[in-house]
Design a protein around this ligand. Structure first.
Ligand code: PMP
Length: 437
């Protein structure tokens, strides 16, 4: 690992200068720009296992893992081999293929609440499509989402949105029409009574309630005991389609995602990230009577030139099959991530900082506050300046964290006990440096 002497990032800096002339903000997705932490983003060259190498040759222990997809670490042989093999046969047909059927069968096996599934190209497409289907199915217009949850950049979801929208101070984006915004109702996360009041005030008008069953986009926030069950009951009672957005949590918190971990069955599920093994893939699925509304079976239109792409399905099948056949890896991910999270909490306690560290399975985040964090308001009590200093100190030590507070960290099976020890050493030094202790 690097020492705390500043890294040579000259090639990254040159590329970023060029990028800013041609790409808005110099990046193709906002949080990559390091706006929240200062400095320029690091441009990456290659990655293997737990390690990233940037364009200047610096190496970093990766805690982002492409924001979730790389659960087996970077460039696992089984996935890369499958992609290489598939590429020779054609990069796209725009016609049905065998792998799409195999992929659907595999998804259904792993996530039993899904009776039918449609493949798309991103998590955003999955959530946008899911609410259209829920609206078509119920004949209602409104949806309920939760403050600080992020469901991609579809218009309906950029209301009180989390992740990059929150980091950049634009949780309600310009460009979303008032009409669309009026159809998105919001409630605080982990507050069943507030949600019930909202439903009663809009009785018979709410098509869908969508949430991250474990939130990764305001930092990591777990559902309170009974919360998911309570939402399930409310939705059943009021004829609302319950959508679990498992783009982050699907195949990560368990083979069957958060719904398996917490034993609550949604009507629809949206998936992304891990399902593509790093290729651009998303999916939405659920109850057969709902999914049969989708064209050409039904009248709700949704389509895609590259949907079910042969390379993406090859990568997805390879990664999902591995997860399906190795349930023991979830136990190990849980153990190793507990070491990271508990170790970080202990370091903060030793230093008198008492920061809140939330963890579920292989996702965790450090909130720079001593308050418990169960919703967006509590997440916002974090000290963003101190986080920025900590982020830079960690980067200088070769630890690549998410460059924003309101994000979860994702751990892969490439994380070893030795690497945990290296992280914890860097964490202690960086916490000391960031707080001038
Ligand atoms: N839903 C959730 C829960 C997400 O975390 C994300 C992306 N981080 C999305 C949807 C959107 O996925 P994508 O970025 O692939 O469009």
């Amino acid at each position: 690992l690097n020492t705390k002497a500043a890294l040579d990032l000259s090639t990254s800096d040159q590329l970023f200068t060029r990028a800013q002339h041609h790409i808005p903000g110099g990046v193709n997705s906002p949080v990559r720009a390091f706006r929240a932490v200062g400095g320029h983003p690091v441009f990456m060259q290659s990655a293997k296992g737990a390690w990233l190498t940037d364009v200047d040759g610096n190496k970093y222990l990766d805690f982002i893992n492409s924001w979730g997809p790389m659960i087996l670490g970077h460039a696992p042989d089984i996935v890369v081999d499958a992609v290489r093999k598939a590429a020779g046969d054609s990069l796209s047909f725009g016609a049905p293929t065998r792998r799409e059927v195999e992929m659907a069968e595999l998804i259904k096996k792993m996530v039993p609440s899904i009776e039918k599934v449609r493949l798309v190209n991103s998590g955003t497409e999955a959530t946008m499509s899911a609410i259209r289907v829920a609206r078509g199915y119920t004949g209602r217009d409104k949806i309920i989402k939760f403050e600080g949850c992020y469901h991609g950049h579809g218009d309906s979801f950029l209301i009180a949105a989390g992740s990059g929208a929150l980091t950049l101070g634009a949780p309600d984006s310009p460009g979303v029409t008032q009409g669309v915004a009026l159809d998105t109702l919001t409630a605080p996360y982990n507050d069943l009574e507030a949600t019930e009041r909202l439903i009663l005030a809009n009785e018979g008008q709410v098509a869908a309630l969508i949430l991250e069953p474990v939130v990764g986009n305001m930092g990591l926030v777990a559902p309170a005991e009974g919360y998911l069950q309570g939402l399930r009951e409310l939705c059943t009672q009021h004829g609302i389609v319950l959508i679990f957005d498992e783009v982050m949590t699907g195949f990560r918190l368990a083979r069957g995602g958060a719904q398996e971990l917490f034993g609550v069955t949604p009507d629809m599920t949206t998936l992304g990230k891990i399902i593509g093994g790093g290729m651009p893939v998303g999916a939405y699925g659920g109850r057969q009577d709902i999914m049969d509304q989708v064209a050409p079976a039904g009248k709700v239109y949704q389509a895609g030139t590259l949907s079910g792409n042969p390379i993406a399905t090859a990568a997805g099948i390879a990664q999902l099959t591995y997860l399906q056949e190795h349930p023991e890896l979830y136990t190990e991910l849980d153990r190793i991530t507990a070491r990271l999270a508990d170790g970080t909490r202990q370091i903060c306690a030793d230093l008198g900082l008492n920061y809140t560290v939330n963890r579920v399975g292989s996702m965790f985040s450090v909130f720079f506050t001593d308050q418990p964090v169960r919703n967006l308001d509590e997440a916002k009590t974090s000290d963003t300046e101190a986080f920025g200093r900590y982020f830079r100190a960690m980067l200088n030590r070769g630890i690549y964290l998410a460059p924003a507070l309101y994000e979860a960290l994702f751990i892969s099976t490439s994380m070893t006990d030795e690497l945990v020890d290296q992280y914890l050493t860097a964490c202690r030094e960086s916490m000391i440096e960031a707080h001038g202790l």
